[in-house]
Write a protein that binds this ligand. Sequence first.
Ligand code: HEC
Ligand code: HEC
Length: 394
Amino acid sequence: MRTLLRALALLLVAGPLSAAALYAAAGPDWADDALKRVLAPPLGLPAIAHPAANPPTAAKIALGRKLFFDRRLSHNNTTSCAMCHVPEQGFTSNDLATPVGVEGRSVRRNTPTVLNIAYVDALFHDGRDPALETQYVAPITAFNEMANPSLGYVIDKIANLDDYNAPFQAAFGAGPSPDRLGQALAAYQRSLLAGASPFDRWRFGGESDALGERERQGFELFTGKAGCVACHAIGESSALFSDGLFHDTGYGWQREQERQGKGGMVEVEIAPGVITSIPHSVVQSVGNPPPADLGRYEVTQDPKDRWRFRTPSLRNVTLTAPYMHDGQLQRLDDVVAFYNAGGVPHDGLDERIKPLGLTVEEQVALVAFLKSLTGSNIDQLAAEARVEEPDNIR
Ligand code: HEC
Ligand code: HEC
């Protein structure tokens, strides 16, 4: 009752909630808080190795946030980074296996989260870019993402937007340039650290009751019978749940077989809502085959790297569905069932991927453990992200 009265009183004083009030859940000093977080990461996360040329500052983080949410960074002012990396959806897109860029053009792979991206040395599912400072050039100029004709074109566009003069001066004492754009975006994304999960409190914080019995059973399986920890690594004083390496789990190969339709049937929507199955050979005779995804091979051209993908972190994995590089597994149960089956034998399959013989109860425990990896400060990160309305919406 008292809360209700207070809400009514607030309404009388402030009037109906304005759009601005909705976005103002984080305080004006949010970038200082973000900087503190970057310098002393939450429990369970290691220190960040910042590039010498781009030490973090609150002004860079603030500018990076503004850029990340600005739809004017796309050619037709419709698509911002945050529209695929959505703060309220674990900084990814929960509803889409693969995202859609400018003018409804579709992208081949699933959107990875940018939470804890500070610890990733090889960016993208195939690890093709070594630094956040340069990574942004890909989405900004990709025809099916933000569709700008060139990087110089965007820099020139931003230089002519009045509201960027002050933030660029504050962050760099200079106007927009390709390097500065990359440095600001990188500084903001490195501040998106999500840790202090129930698992972290249990493992690194000495809170023996932070995990329940089922989660602890899941941990035993994760590090024992199921063998997950071999690639989704856990350290002594921190854990990234990734070895940062590339492996053939059999998933990519299996998907490729399905795409090629080796002997199979394909579901085709012949009219809205009307779906029928036809032999794959018929589909192939009337259209181009969907593009293959050879993963790491596309970067190295080394046949050994065919169907290898980077091990993703499993932190916050409950928030980042759908799963795998093409987003075709909807639920964590599906992923665990995939591993339990052990993949289809083929050349290159990682030797650790084999039938696991997990009971239903053990699979449930494993999923319960994965659910304990959600950071405690996710809401804070989303509130900071929405501290102002996205630019050009006003
Ligand atoms: C149309 C949706 C879309 C937009 C817009 C978009 N991204 Fe992404 N992002 C993706 C997809 C899909 C991938 C994975 C692509 C791949 O692996 O080939 C990705 C990958 C990334 C990665 C690497 C993550 C990892 O785990 O390696 C970062 C960092 C990133 N994007 C940041 C940005 C920034 C910064 C912008 C804006 C300048 C942006 N993205 C715009 C969809 C998008
Ligand atoms: C041989 C190394 C390896 C082992 C062992 C392994 N994984 Fe993975 N895991 C990967 C790689 C590589 C991917 C990415 C695959 C892809 O995108 O095609 C992945 C993807 C995942 C994903 C999807 C994450 C996302 O964001 O899309 C989950 C969940 C996962 N693994 C959980 C597990 C569990 C649980 C186990 C143990 C049963 C396990 N993994 C064992 C390497 C491994």
